[in-house]
Design a protein around this ligand. Structure first.
Ligand code: HXC
Length: 257
């Protein structure tokens, strides 16, 4: 299907979504949100697809929410319409999404990357929450997800000063899972996504769901939730197949049941 602000490509079981507003460094406007929601809903509903990659350009993953779109808005407009709450719906995607970040991931761009399940960064990646320079703040979960990802000290400094983190600092701080050469970023992300997409589909959903539970609950409740999902996976045909395949020294052939 055709979208105005993103490109969507299927590479076997991997959906590659590329933000495509080069004239605005992929700034996130209302159309980008609509396009992303539609593309991710298609991806989630398609049994042929197992994992998505969300990327931008070499210069910018996304330079933030669209400042020109926000400029005319006042309190009544944003509070009255719960502006930006729609982005949270992206996190309802049940299959995994990898953010592949090169260049700027600022403001809403950093927040969008953090809504994905993990971030692969090019050496050129720069992460920041510069909203304070516009006399505002993160509004798509950045203050919360950044604090959980990198801890209070770095999150607070970044939100209060707008300082950007480079890829090396982001990796040390735990914001990104790995750094790869910029030229290999998309291929490496697609390869990683293909590895995930080759796993038993129900196990993929369960693993994502239980790691996410770690951010929403106590340790005891999280451990219990994990064990119950683990038990539930023993009811799947793919569990029988996976363990038989191991014993018989052959690859598993999944049915998704
Ligand atoms: C709208 C943007 C934009 C943005 C860049 N552009 N960022 N347009 N919204 N967030 C546009 C520029 O206006 C310019 O268009 C073109 O993209 C190229 O950008 P330049 O500034 O000329 O590029 P450069 O000099 O290389 O600087 C790159 C940059 C800078 C450092 C990333 O663009 C920048 O500081 N951008 C804003 C970053 C930011 O403040 N993000 C947070 C936004 S607030 P023209 O037409 O002039 O050539 C936010 C709120 C999130 O995200 C919370 C949700 C509620």
């Amino acid at each position: 299907s055709d979208y105005a602000t993103i490109l969507v490509e299927r590479r076997e079981r991997v959906t590659l979504i590329t933000l495509n507003r080069p004239e605005a460094l992929n700034a996130l406007n209302a159309r980008v949100l609509d396009d992303l929601l539609a593309a991710l809903a298609d991806f989630d509903a398609d049994d042929g697809q197992g994992c998505a990659v969300l990327t931008g350009s070499a210069k910018a993953f996304a330079a933030g929410a669209d400042i020109k779109e926000m400029q005319p808005l006042d309190f009544a407009a944003v509070y009255g319409r719960n502006h930006f709450s729609g982005y949270e719906r992206l996190t309802a995607t049940r299959k995994p999404i990898i953010a592949a970040v090169a260049g700027y991931a600022l403001g809403g761009g950093c927040e969008l990357a953090m809504m994905c399940d993990f971030i692969l960064a090019a050496e050129t990646a720069k992460f920041g929450q510069p909203e304070i320079k516009l006399a505002v703040s993160p509004g798509m979960g950045g203050s919360q997800r950044l604090a959980r990802a990198v801890g209070k000290a770095k999150a607070m400094e970044m939100c209060l000063t707008g300082r950007m983190m480079d890829a090396a600092e982001a990796e040390r701080a735990g914001l990104v899972s790995r750094i790869v050469p910029a030229a290999d970023l998309v291929e490496e992300a697609v390869k990683t996504a293909a590895t995930i997409a080759a796993m038993a589909p129900l196990a993929v959903l369960a693993n994502k769901e239980m790691v996410n539970a770690a951010f929403e609950t106590t340790l005891a409740q999280g451990v219990q939730f994990e064990r119950r999902l683990f038990h539930a996976l023993f009811a799947t045909a793919d569990k029988q197949e996976g363990m038989a395949a191991f014993v018989e020294k052959r690859p598993g052939a999944w049915t998704g049941r």
